[in-house]
Write a protein that binds this ligand. Structure first.
Ligand code: R5P
Length: 291
């Protein structure tokens, strides 16, 4: 097995290679003056199982194209199996036609990667696991929630209440609860499909005097977490933290969340920024060892 640390996940790819004990294939990368990307595998991949590590966070389109280029390069240069490790898989939230006239973005992504020559895909906490079934190649999603919850245990925050901002993500809160040893629950969230605005409410949630950690797969604009934090403070929670796997943090999300009385935002190296406090390398390398 040879690991290709893509331009979007260089450090993570190298950490994974060190943990797996595999050699890396560096990628020469440049951007032309007009914005087009150029990539070249700098070592041979002939007859190798090639594992390309490339997240597809901001900016999503560029990083997806880079991924497709690397898959194509591996295929054309004789790799015998190509696995993509894509911690954040962009477009996974558009997994159905919510409104007439829409497309299904994540299916287009799957077709594009299959056409480039991809054999299998490993991602982390994809928005909906069912999405993986729509891909024309085997795909699986790992969960980073237990390792994120461990971060809080190491900080001596135990028996915290694990909360998901909507019912669909309750399984995430339940996974965190197993590590934290406290309770878990969820809020209700409705999204207006036309303007994207969300409305959150709580039902039978007893968090008075408790430390609460809001767990989500993605934090984008931070609107969901800010709304949840307001509800928790109104219900008398004593401390509020938030954690997610993919901290996109756009539109000043970090500032908005901290101003809403959230003590700390915890993310992973799926997305590189200053809230990236938990590495996915051990989780992914354990999975690669099983191949
Ligand atoms: C959607 O259901 C996701 O799980 C996240 O809750 C959502 O993407 C977060 O978006 P934002 O931070 O913009 O509220």
């Amino acid at each position: 097995m040879k690991i290709v640390p893509g331009p979007a996940s260089r450090e993570l790819g190298e950490k994974i290679a060190a943990l797996v004990g595999a050699k890396t294939v560096p990628v020469a990368h440049k951007t032309f003056p007009d914005g087009e990307d150029y990539l070249k595998l700098a070592r041979s991949v002939q007859n190798e199982h090639v594992v390309i590590v490339q997240t597809t966070g901001l900016s999503q389109n560029t990083k997806l194209m880079q991924l497709a280029f690397m898959v194509d390069a591996a295929k054309r240069n004789g790799a015998n199996r190509i696995t993509a490790v894509v911690p954040y898989l962009a477009y996974a939230r558009q997994d159905k036609m919510f409104l007439e006239g829409e497309n299904i973005s994540i299916e287009t992504v799957g077709k594009m990667l299959a056409a480039s020559g991809l054999d299998e895909l490993i991602t982390v906490n994809i928005h909906q696991e069912n999405t993986l079934k729509s891909f024309p190649f085997p795909a699986r999603s790992l969960s980073a929630i237990p390792v994120i919850a461990e971060y809080f245990i190491k900080k001596n925050i135990q028996k915290a209440f694990a909360l998901s901002p909507d019912k669909g993500a309750l399984h995430i809160a339940a996974q965190a609860q197993e590590v934290l040893g406290g309770e878990c629950g969820h809020l209700e969230k409705q999204r207006d499909r036309y303007n994207g605005k969300t409305k959150q409410t709580s039902k039978n949630l007893n968090v008075k005097g408790k430390t609460v950690i809001i767990f989500d797969d993605i934090i984008s604009t931070g609107g969901t977490i800010v709304g949840a934090a307001k509800i928790l403070h109104n219900l008398g929670a004593s401390r509020v933290f938030t954690a997610c796997v993919h901290a996109l943090l756009v539109d000043g999300a970090e500032k908005k969340i901290l101003s809403a009385g959230v003590e700390e935002i915890v993310g992973t190296d799926s997305i590189l920024n200053n809230v990236n406090k938990v590495s996915l390398a051990p989780l992914i390398s354990n999975e690669l060892r099983t191949i």
